[in-house]
Design a protein. Structure first.
Length: 117
């Protein structure tokens, strides 16, 4: 089964990000495919280079070919991506910025879309 995830909560605020990561790892171990994890709103802070979960998301994605997509607008507002006129960004390797179209595509290409947060 193809399952895409949406993560809405920062890794420092509650357990939703960690639950999403544990769910992803368990689903992958059981043979399911997770083509994309879309981080939106405060969830984009999972892609910050200082995020406590960034390395764990990177590891899960590397072992499964899962795309880690950050909403570019949300990430820019939270300083994960550089803002116009400021070249300093804090995007962790393995995370890619993109638009909401990637979320729509994930919902169309997957059997399930599960939201955490």
């Amino acid at each position: 089964m193809k399952i895409s995830l949406v993560v809405l909560q920062s890794p420092d605020n509650g357990q939703s990000s960690l639950r999403a990561l544990k769910f992803a790892n368990t689903a992958l171990q059981q043979g399911h495919e997770i083509p994309r994890v879309f981080f939106y709103g405060d969830g984009t802070l999972n892609g910050h280079c200082n995020s406590p979960l960034a390395a764990l998301w990177q590891e899960a994605a590397a072992n499964s070919k899962t795309e880690l997509i950050l909403c570019s607008t949300s990430a820019e507002k939270r300083g994960v991506l550089p803002q116009k006129g400021n070249e300093s960004g804090t995007l962790a390797p393995g995370f890619e910025p993109s638009g909401l179209g990637q979320l729509l595509d994930a919902s169309l290409q997957s059997d399930r879309l599960i939201t955490f947060g």
